[in-house]
Design a protein around this ligand. Sequence first.
Ligand code: TXA
Ligand code: MG
Length: 341
Amino acid sequence: MTFSCSQSNVKIFKITDKTLEIAKNYILNDQLVAFPTETVYGLGANAFSDEAIRAVYTAKGRPLDNPLIVHVHKDYDLSTLIYDDNAYAKKLREAFLPGPLTIVYRSKNAVSDLVSCGLNTLAIRVPSSESAQRFLKYLNLPIAAPSANISKHTSAVTAEHVYEDFGDTIPMILDGGRCEGGIESTVLDATGEVPVILRKGLITAEMVSKVVGNCVYAGNASELNKRSPGTKYRHYCPKTTTFLFEKGDYEAVKKLYDVSVNQGKKPLVMCTKKDEPYLEGLNLFSLGENGCQMASRLYYGLHEGERYDLLIGIKFDVNDEVTLSVENRFLKAFASSESSN
Ligand code: TXA
Ligand code: MG
């Protein structure tokens, strides 16, 4: 599907001063505007407005106990929104922001109560992509934005992915091309003495520790559910039948592939570069060979998989923390797979 501003019913716009002015009007009228960040597309709403935040939950079909991240431009005065209790948070901001790190602080309750679903904290993100900065600077408002996908579906990394999920239910999608980072920001709780990572991402515990001396991943699932309610829900699932195979189980992959082709179906195999030589002749979507490449390609590949009758995933080696973050999303995306063994 292609879109241009001359079509009627247009939803997707390139970012210009003119379209930013239109976006601002929508946001000030409690409507939703999708915008690109360096990780995934966000579904933006005025964080001060109860009505706008309610619209976010409704549009996404999002459970009402899953709090939202507030996005601000890099020069926004955070002291109006949060208490900056721990000195390490400043060091993290200096080291990693703007960038794919969301920091959870004690809230001053300046934004709508619905943003944090009754928690006394507020998650704040300063995205690094030029498009996101331009949008946030123009609005000069805290913008609450979950990933711009219907709840449980794969996050959007292109404007077209956003359109496929929301169609005409939102008035405007700002198009900044394909998101480079590819998986959502790391969510880090900075309310305690030690920084705790609640959601894995491209900024890892190892990277945080190098800057502030220590950092841990949140422990077991029930602790995580309490501190970051979103983590308990199903996430990232493509809308196609999926199968998941163990590392290196190429014979089983080929067998399933052949069976499905013989049934007149079109399969796609999501693999890594290492797997490619073993799968010659099959339709492949390769995630590449290192954590950042894999992150950048994962959601795009899951969306590509939706053009096929089934998507076959193969587990991969995890030798570094960025790949661990990719694996976290990959396993959730394939969690409802038909069992391969
Ligand atoms: O990269 C990203 O973070 C993207 C882009 C659009 O910025 N946004 C995103 O938002 O992934 P969302 O809503 O899909 O995920 C937000 C995550 C959820 O796991 C939620 O539970 C957690 O952040 N979260 C939000 N506020 C929180 C808070 N106050 N305390 C703990 N966790 C929080
Ligand atoms: Mg999400």
